[in-house]
Design a protein around this ligand. Structure first.
Ligand SMILES: *[C@@H]1O[C@H](CO)[C@@H](O)[C@H](O)[C@H]1NC(C)=O
Ligand SMILES: *[C@@H]1O[C@H](CO)[C@@H](O)[C@H](O)[C@H]1NC(C)=O
Ligand SMILES: *[C@@H]1O[C@H](CO)[C@@H](O)[C@H](O)[C@H]1NC(C)=O
Ligand SMILES: *[C@@H]1O[C@H](CO)[C@@H](O)[C@H](O)[C@H]1NC(C)=O
Ligand SMILES: *[C@@H]1O[C@H](CO)[C@@H](O)[C@H](O)[C@H]1NC(C)=O
Ligand SMILES: *[C@@H]1O[C@H](CO)[C@@H](O)[C@H](O)[C@H]1NC(C)=O
Ligand SMILES: *[C@@H]1O[C@H](CO)[C@@H](O)[C@H](O)[C@H]1NC(C)=O
Ligand SMILES: *[C@@H]1O[C@H](CO)[C@@H](O)[C@H](O)[C@H]1NC(C)=O
Ligand SMILES: *[C@@H]1O[C@H](CO)[C@@H](O)[C@H](O)[C@H]1NC(C)=O
Ligand SMILES: *[C@@H]1O[C@H](CO)[C@@H](O)[C@H](O)[C@H]1NC(C)=O
Length: 793
């Protein structure tokens, strides 16, 4: 049955080809070939002419080397009444007669479109007679390289033309040339050098809907240039040398929908340029050759039909807050590739229908918190290649429809923990190429958060979370467990895969209880992962739970397969124990033999080893600055606390005795110490440390101080300056004595100061330094956890 159908189909196909074949004209000058299209290779008086045609559709005539040609000798290609949609001549000379005669001679009775292209030098000039008899023509394209003249009466006989395209090096567009073309709807005149087009050329083209004057070197338009062109919908003035436009130039264009202005030289645009263009939908201003530093106020204001605005590569530095005001139907805005440093907070206030916003490749340093607050329908936001360092909590909270967010190649260090808490979409988020590590904590309601928190802890089911090329040293449990399809954490500084503060196992169990069995992909290559069995175990454990480590093959830990798998481990331990036992036996035997000598030797060696020449933990030098009157307070509340922790060396200094603060960088063992200054800032301190009281100066000093913690203690006489400074204090570097969680906060700040960005990479993973404070009052034992005590895998 199937075979039979195949035969029928094949026969039908042959018939189609067969139908075309009889068309192949038998001409002594031509060789005919081709399958679906007829291809004729002709030699007309020694000149090569190639003809291609598909009946009823097109016929193309290409002259290879003919600067003159006897058109009468072209083959007859079609039956008498053959109509074609288009006929084109390429690199052929102008005929002596009308094109109509040439076509009739070739058997073409009618064509809708005529294309005449010549990239060589054209000999002769166009004349009215060339188009005589072509009343049916609706489309005409003339593309001529070289000088040509178009006489005023050229188009007299083709007044049914609706589409005209003239590309030429140089034509003189006279007022009368286009007069006969009353039905013209589309006109493109390009590649000309018409520096000055007179204003009445188009005024009678009352049906003109599309006009393109690109690449004409028109540098100047009169203000009534478009008078009479009342129904124009699309206008392209690209690639001219335009540097200014009369403010009222577009006034007659009440139907204008699309305006394209590539590659001009605007240094400014007039105000109210689009005031009358109520129908405007799309404006494209790209590649402006000089910097258009700013846009006029209200430029796109009150255009209720406006949908797309692209202003790229224009050197914009500022945009006014009301540039899009009252234009609520805009769906796409791009201001990419400019020099914007800030955007006014209200700029997108009315864009409730915006779907796509591209602000990439600018110099944006920060985003106003309410910048996006109206964009509830926004789906696509691109902020790549800017200078953003921080994105604060509510910035994206209104973007309920966002599905694509890219902030690659910025300087992001901080993103708020609540950034994505409102977004419920299956988003694609990329923050690749930033400086993120999430070790810098953000102030949360003006107090320090106690635990570690990832900004994605409230973000679920992403398509992609791309954190590659950042500075992470740790992973966070939510990255694995919030149901993202793909997590990219390549090119970071991650040594251990497990989130040491989290219990991953119980969360996975919970997830399984919720029937989540989907596969999650994780990319981890290019991290300095430790070849530690805990990593191996974690990888295996996650694999068993539907996590796919896509590039685990690139990790080269040869020891893993040998030692980390359980059987190998048993063998390894058995052998080790046997070896140790025999060693011990040998030792005992040896001891019996050379008791005395061995005793001396061992004692000597032990003495050497026990000398702590290379202590591992670096002491923390705490310089406590306080007023003399506050000494007692400091002794009883601070010094006593610090004497209990061995690795902290506290030292009291009085403000009027500063030489005591030695600038020593190394302690006696040659270990570089860490130092912090603790200022016991009381009214007493204020009066003893600052004789000439200048609030600004004191505050400035406080804000600038590095590795210095200020503790506000209310001891001493009432002092309004003290009260002011206390109220205005910087929560990141100051503490209040009397805060019930004083020591907790103290620890967090110290940790933050000691392990802030610059040192984090090197110090993390070697030793945490957290134990230093385990003796302090009320220590919750939060940080004293061994790195892998929680992994349980
Ligand atoms: C045109 O080209 C053909 C082959 O490419 C050549 O034989 C012929 O002499 C050329 N004719 C002229 C007039 O240059
Ligand atoms: C066109 O003609 C000009 C002068 O008439 C000549 O300089 C030029 O080389 C010619 N170009 C071509 C492609 O034949
Ligand atoms: C072309 O124009 C003439 C009048 O100039 C008109 O009678 C004729 O119908 C038109 N033909 C087409 C195909 O529009
Ligand atoms: C165009 O007009 C100018 C002046 O009217 C004349 O100098 C020039 O030769 C003309 N160019 C052509 C191609 O006719
Ligand atoms: C263009 O032509 C108009 C009048 O035809 C004249 O006023 C104007 O100065 C010309 N501009 C340039 C740049 O040649
Ligand atoms: C445009 O015109 C200017 C001066 O009128 C001229 O220097 C430049 O070469 C022209 N450019 C083109 C592409 O014709
Ligand atoms: C534009 O928005 C208004 C209300 O905001 C609405 O009434 C109108 O239909 C919209 N126009 C278009 C073309 O979408
Ligand atoms: C406008 O934005 C929508 C939503 O992102 C997108 O689908 C569409 O392709 C954009 N339109 C243009 C012309 O870029
Ligand atoms: C911050 O404080 C406000 C009011 O005091 C409270 O509603 C909010 O939940 C707090 N936020 C956090 C994260 O604790
Ligand atoms: C993450 O972003 C980087 C940089 O743009 C890119 O090379 C990588 O393919 C992205 N990863 C994923 C999973 O899309």
């Amino acid at each position: 049955m199937a075979y039979k159908w195949l035969c029928v189909l094949a026969a039908a196909a042959l018939q189609v080809i067969g139908a075309a074949r009889p068309m192949c004209p038998s001409d002594p000058n031509c060789v005919c070939g081709g399958t679906l299209a007829v291809e004729l290779n002709c030699n007309v008086d020694g000149r090569t002419v190639k003809i291609n045609l598909v009946p009823d559709i097109y016929i193309n005539i290409k002259c290879e080397n003919a600067s003159s040609l006897d058109y009468n000798k072209l083959p007859r290609c079609a039956n008498r009444h053959n109509t074609f949609k288009s006929v084109s001549f390429k690199d052929c000379p102008l005929p002596d007669t009308s094109f109509k005669d040439v076509l009739t001679n070739m058997g073409v009775s009618k064509t809708m479109a005529l294309i005449f292209q010549n990239t060589k030098n054209l000999s002769g000039y166009f004349d009215r007679k060339h188009f005589a008899g072509l009343q049916d023509l609706t489309k005409l394209l003339l593309s001529i390289n070289g000088n040509t003249q178009l006489p005023d009466n050229l188009f007299m006989d083709i007044n049914n033309l609706t589409w005209l395209n003239i590309r030429s090096n140089s034509i003189n567009l006279s007022e009368n040339l286009l007069k006969p073309l009353e039905r013209l709807e589309t006109l493109e005149i390009s590649h000309n050098h018409m520096t000055n087009i007179s204003s009445n050329v188009f005024s009678h083209l009352t049906f003109l809907r599309k006009l393109s004057l690109w690449q004409n070197n028109v540098t100047w338009f009169s203000k009534d240039f478009f008078t009479g062109v009342n129904v124009l919908e699309e206008l392209d003035l690209s690639s001219n040398g335009l540097n200014e436009l009369p403010a009222s130039i577009f006034k007659p264009l009440r139907k204008l929908k699309k305006l394209t202005l590539f590659s001009n030289k605007f240094s400014s645009l007039p105000r109210n340029l689009f005031k009358s263009n109520r129908e405007l939908e799309t404006v494209i201003i790209l590649n402006n050759d000089v910097t258009l530093k700013e846009l006029p106020r209200y430029l796109f204001g009150s255009l209720t039909n406006l949908k797309q605005v692209y202003i790229q590569r224009c050197g914009l530095e500022t945009v006014p807050y009301d540039v899009f005001v009252n234009s609520p139907n805009v769906t796409n805005i791009s201001l990419a590739y400019n020099n914007l440093e800030t955007l006014p907070e209200a700029i997108f206030n009315d864009q409730i229908n915006l779907l796509e916003l591209d602000l990439s490749h600018n110099n944006l340093k920060d985003l106003e918190p309410k910048l996006f607050s109206s964009l509830v329908r926004l789906e696509f936001l691109n902020l790549d290649h800017n200078q953003l360092e921080e994105i604060s909590g509510s910035t994206f909270s209104s973007l309920l429809s966002l599905i694509y967010l890219s902030v690659e190649h910025n300087h992001l260090k901080t993103v708020s923990s609540y950034l994505f808490s409102n977004n419920k979409q299956r988003m694609y988020i990329s923050l690749a190429y930033n400086h993120l590590h999430f070790e810098n904590k953000e102030l949360d309601n003006n107090t320090w958060p106690m635990g570690r928190m990832s900004p994605f802890s409230n973000t679920y089911n992403l398509k992609v979370l791309n954190l590659s090329h950042n500075e992470f040293t740790n992973t966070f449990i939510d990255w694995y467990l919030n149901g993202h399809d793909t997590l990219d954490i390549r090119y970071n500084y991650i040594k251990y895969l497990n989130d040491k503060y989290a219990n991953i196992e119980s969360t996975i169990k919970r997830r399984r209880a919720n029937q989540d069995h989907s596969t999650h992909h994780i990319l981890i290559a290019h991290n300095p992962l430790h070849c530690h069995c805990s990593n191996w175990d974690f990888l295996k454990y996650m694999k068993r739970n539907n996590f796919k480590w896509d590039d685990v093959g690139t990790l080269q830990c040869s020891t893993w397969s040998k030692f980390c798998n359980e059987d190998a481990l048993i063998v390894f331990y058995t052998i080790s124990i046997l070896f140790l036992l025999s060693l011990a036996a040998a030792m005992i035997a040896l001891m019996f033999v050379m008791k005395q000598r061995l005793y001396k030797m061992t004692k000597h060696t032990l003495q050497q080893v026990l000398q702590p020449t290379h202590p591992k933990i670096r002491p923390l030098i705490l310089i406590i600055k306080c007023a003399e009157q506050d000494d007692e307070f400091v002794q009883s509340n601070f010094m006593s606390a610090f004497t209990e922790c061995q690795s902290v060396k506290a030292e009291i200094v009085h403000p009027n005795n500063p030489e005591k603060i030695k600038a020593h960088k190394h302690d006696e063992n040659g270990v570089r110490e860490k130092r912090l200054t603790l200022v016991i800032f009381s009214p007493n301190y204020l009066t003893s440390a600052y004789r000439d009281v200048n609030i600004k100066k004191i505050r400035g000093e406080m804000l600038k101080a590095k590795k210095t913690i200020y503790v506000f203690v209310d001891i001493g006489p009432d002092n309004s300056i003290y009260a002011f400074l206390k109220e205005q204090r910087d929560y990141r570097t100051t503490l209040l004595w009397g805060d019930p969680k004083f020591w907790d906060h103290f620890r967090v700040i110290v940790k933050y100061m000691m392990y802030s960005r610059h040192t984090a990479i090197r110090e993390r993973g070697t030793h945490s330094g957290d134990t230093e404070f385990s003796a302090l009052p009320g220590y919750p034992n939060l940080y004293a956890i061994d790195t892998f005590a929680h992994s349980q895998v």
